[in-house]
Design a protein around this ligand. Structure first.
Ligand SMILES: C[S@@+](CC[C@H](N)C(=O)[O-])C[C@H]1O[C@@H](n2cnc3c(N)ncnc32)[C@H](O)[C@@H]1O
Length: 285
């Protein structure tokens, strides 16, 4: 682990946080922590700081032109010692009770409450620590859908850290197929599966959902709007007749656009958290 780290703080709120996080990870950040009105990205001190700063400055200037006033504010860089970085970073991740049965927690805190199903997630480069509204809402739907009896199999498209796939396996889904097109996410998901002792319960793959020929009683996809729209036909095809499709990653105003693409589905329930909508769709029998 490097002795010192570069920390970049950016005042940013709303969905632009995800856009900025992705950009910073692509440019060498090994972790991004999003808060209410700002985010912090960490870079090993070995990154070429002189080259990085103008690239970030240029990118954020472009975003300020695209997003309305106040969405992207000031930035601050500082060098921090490893000891402080470690503590500061870890302080952001607390065990979280989600739904009636989940407890999502970083591996360095193992709560004694064994009445909940523990999902251990190492905060790393992949999205899905459980802190995001979309992840929370998906986990709640999974909890509700598995309340009476867990479906025999499920598909997770855009698994990221593997948090939803691990949650489904924990609640008794015997066969989970988890897809992601990002090798870094697959690597993180694999590590989290091992952490949870679930290597055999979840199959990870970089296969595109368009190539999946099987039908699942439960499909979850927490991806951005453009991808949900692009993948609507293959996603819909993977859901068994009468089955459930959980969609997230949408802003409230995007719901009509998405529903226009998923013919043969009706909205059964909807969760709204901040600007994010999560839909539970039912496929007609
Ligand atoms: C917002 S994250 C969701 C992570 C996790 N499932 C959760 O709910 O927190 C979206 C994930 O979808 C992946 N992704 C984006 N486009 C994809 C595609 N066409 N096929 C598979 N995965 C995709 C990204 O790499 C990313 O890991």
């Amino acid at each position: 682990m490097p002795a010192r780290w570069l920390e970049l703080s950016v005042q940013a709120r709303g969905p632009v946080q995800d856009t900025i996080s992705n950009f910073l990870v692509e440019n060498g950040s090994t972790g991004v922590v999003c808060g209410e009105r700002s985010l912090r990205a960490f870079f090993p001190e070995a990154v070429d700081d002189g080259a990085l700063r103008p690239v970030v400055r240029h990118y954020l200037r472009g975003l300020r032109d695209i997003f309305p006033d106040g969405f992207v504010g000031r930035t601050r860089w500082r060098v921090i010692a490893e000891r402080n970085w470690h503590d500061g970073w870890r302080d952001h991740f607390k065990p979280q009770k989600i739904g009636k049965r989940f407890l999502v927690t970083p591996p360095w805190i193992r709560p004694k409450d064994t009445r909940r199903h523990t999902v251990l997630i190492e905060p790393a480069m992949a999205f899905g620590t459980g802190t995001h509204e979309t992840t929370r809402s998906c986990l709640e739907f999974i909890d509700e859908l598995c309340a009476e009896a867990a479906p025999a199999k499920a598909l997770d498209v855009g698994t990221g850290s593997g948090v939803l796939a691990i949650g489904m396996a924990r609640l008794g889904v015997r066969e989970v197929l988890a897809l992601d097109n990002d090798p870094v996410a697959l690597e993180a998901a694999r590590a989290n599966l091992t952490l949870n002792g679930l290597d055999g319960a979840v199959t990870l793959s970089d296969t595109s959902v368009g190539r999946v020929r099987r039908r699942f009683p439960l499909v979850v996809a927490n991806i951005i709007l453009e991808t949900l729209v692009e993948l609507a036909v293959p996603l819909g095809r993977c859901v068994a007749a009468g089955g459930s499709l959980v969609l997230s990653g949408l802003l409230h105003e995007h719901v009509p656009t998405v529903m226009g693409r998923f013919s043969g589905f009706r909205i059964e329930r909807r969760k709204e958290r901040k600007e994010w909508s999560t839909l539970l769709l039912r496929k007609e029998s």
